[in-house]
Design a protein. Structure first.
Length: 152
């Protein structure tokens, strides 16, 4: 089959237009970062507020929230979370707060955390957390402006 220049030009012009009407191939990013459906890599988010940092949760003390399963070290922590999940859940769905401030999402490491104004923020790594700490207020303002638009 031989295509003329006219046919090639018509195809070239039609391709971008048809892409506009094609269904999106990629799904939106989930609102909670949860590897394998488990939020915060199974760490107990209530324990951060006790000053204990990341404490591994136990699947026996689990709660579902926003499409993810959250693990807790005790029934008391699970119940505290269930009573007010917004008070304990990390900001930006548990995605890296620095990444969200820059306009994208990234995974997090439970040991890279900060509590600011009684809110939990997680970062990709402790190195990224150091970058985050250089301008926490500015990064929070930028992340708040980007969230949830970064989910796509």
């Amino acid at each position: 089959m031989s295509l003329s220049r006219r046919h090639l030009l018509a195809l070239a012009l039609a391709a971008p237009a048809s892409a506009l009407f094609a269904p999106r191939a990629m799904a939106a990013t989930p609102p909670i970062y949860a590897e394998g459906g488990i939020a915060v890599d199974g760490s107990d988010v209530v324990a951060y507020f006790d000053g204990n940092g990341p404490v591994m949760g136990d699947p026996a003390f689990a709660a579902d929230y926003m499409g993810a399963t959250w693990h807790f070290a005790s029934a008391a922590n699970r119940d505290a979370f269930a009573a007010d999940p917004a008070a304990y859940a990390p900001q930006y769905g548990g995605y890296c707060a620095y990444a969200v401030s820059q306009g994208y999402t990234a995974s997090t490491a439970p040991e890279a955390w900060s509590i600011v104004d009684n809110k939990l923020y997680l970062n990709y790594s402790t190195g990224v957390r150091r970058r985050w700490e250089r301008d926490i207020a500015g990064h929070i303002a930028a992340a708040d402006a980007n969230w949830p638009l970064v989910l796509g």
